[in-house]
Design a protein around this ligand. Structure first.
Ligand SMILES: [Zn+2]
Length: 426
């Protein structure tokens, strides 16, 4: 049995939305009350209260507050467990010598939602081709909320747990399904071997020279976000205009995240469907962040800030691509090879003779001084990781032989690129 998480957007009607909001508020109240209890017990008598102490008084609380009953006892327990996890994480970090923040009281507007830890108290029903309904609660008080989308695992899939979240005023249901391995399997139409270099100027470059250009959201939505944030910086903090722009920025952030997820899903699916072997570098966030400098479109003001923002959002897409590739590759029977960046240095290594050829980030073409091999920088490093996939680890003997290094030409006359010249080039 495999586990797969599927998220659906919910379309509650006005009354249902109001009721969901009310439920979130009640969960939030419980969370805050439990936190308060823990703090006071410790302050007044130095006693620490465990999850089970709090769980055991839930029936009494429900007797005093009958409106909690319809939330379901397991869902209430789950909220207490969430607090317990927050404390566990806090103490773990204290022990590790870090300086964590103490678990906080939350406002119900910021409380993300609630969770049913087992398939009781709710039911996911798929009907037609495009959607279904989610039934929450039981008896005549149950809510049937419309939802969009369907999962691809068929009727065999068994629901395991459900999380209801609210984000920018919209509601979502994440369902974890227990699925047979066969239901996860993906079909593969081709058996190519591909090396991939994920980058900033092109989203991905392959060892055969083909590339996937940066998607539309990088060109169109990211600059909008930067503009909004700049506008917000001119408003008085906490004012109505400040809040309005914050709201717009939050919506745009969400839109970018959705577009990004969609794009990465589509491209990674295509990759695992056509490849038997996929090779790429293991994820190194620090490497990514340096190369953002060369791609910021807007020259002039606040280049650094924009670079930081773009960098953060783009490198999230690389992390996502790696994560999706790993589970999709397993589903399609594709071998995914992650090369060790530190040892291999794909961007510095010559794919023909295996010598290391130091380059600055601005040098977009690999020209080997030893064997004369010339290729675009990203393509060369994609080839290098592919060779590494075929002869990993101890298979160094099968790789091209490194030539003895000539120590005269390089490093002394290397010119460092200033930000001004890099932004012009792109
Ligand atoms: Zn070479």
């Amino acid at each position: 049995m495999e586990r797969r998480k599927v998220t659906f957007k919910l379309y509650p009607n006005a009354r249902q939305a109001e009721r969901l909001t009310c439920w979130v508020r009640l969960h939030c109240e419980l969370y805050n009350a439990a936190l308060q209890e823990r703090i006071e017990a410790y302050r007044k008598c130095g006693k620490s209260i465990s999850y089970y102490d709090q769980q055991n008084v839930l029936p009494e609380i429900k007797a005093a507050r009958p409106e909690l009953v319809e939330l379901g006892s397991h869902a209430l327990q789950q909220t207490l467990r969430r607090l317990d996890l927050a404390f566990a994480a806090f103490f773990r970090r204290v022990k590790a010598g870090q300086t964590p923040g103490f678990p906080r009281f939350k406002s119900s507007a910021r409380f993300s939602g609630f969770c049913y830890p087992d398939p009781a108290g709710w039911k996911l029903m798929q009907c037609g081709k495009r959607g279904g309904t989610l039934r929450l609660g039981s008896g005549k008080d149950a809510m049937s909320i419309r939802l969009r989308g369907q999962h691809r695992f068929g009727s065999e899939a068994k629901p395991n747990d459900l999380t209801i979240t609210r984000k920018n005023g919209e509601w979502f249901a994440s369902v974890t399904l227990r699925v047979q391995e066969t239901a996860c399997a993906r079909e593969r139409s081709d058996a190519q071997h591909r090396g991939i270099d994920f980058g900033i100027s092109d989203w991905a470059t392959f060892d055969n020279g083909k590339a996937i250009a940066n998607p539309r959201w990088v060109r169109e939505e990211l600059p909008k976000l930067a503009t909004l944030q700049r506008e917000r910086a001119r408003k008085r903090k906490g004012s109505l205009r400040y809040k309005r722009i914050s709201w717009q920025a939050a919506r745009l952030h969400e839109r970018i995240a959705n577009l990004r997820r969609e794009f990465v899903h589509q491209e990674t699916t295509k990759l695992v469907q056509t490849c038997a072997v996929i090779a790429t570098e293991e994820l190194a966030p620090k490497n990514m962040s340096r190369s953002a400098r060369g791609t910021v479109e807007a020259p002039g003001r606040r280049v650094r800030q924009k670079a930081g923002l773009n960098r953060e959002i783009l490198s999230a897409a690389f992390g996502m691509a790696h994560q999706m590739l790993s589970y999709k590759a397993a589903e399609a029977g594709t071998r995914l090879h992650l090369a060790n960046t530190r040892q291999l240095k794909p961007s510095q290594r010559c794919a023909k003779c295996w010598a290391t050829v130091p380059k600055t980030l601005a040098q977009r073409v690999h020209v080997c001084p030893h064997c004369g091999h010339t290729a675009p920088r990203d393509q060369n490093s994609a080839s290098v990781v592919l060779i590494d996939a075929h002869t990993p680890g101890t298979g160094v003997a099968a790789r091209p032989k490194p030539l003895p290094t000539v120590r005269s030409r390089k490093s002394k006359s290397m010119t460092r690129e200033t930000p001004a010249t890099t932004t012009q080039g792109v």
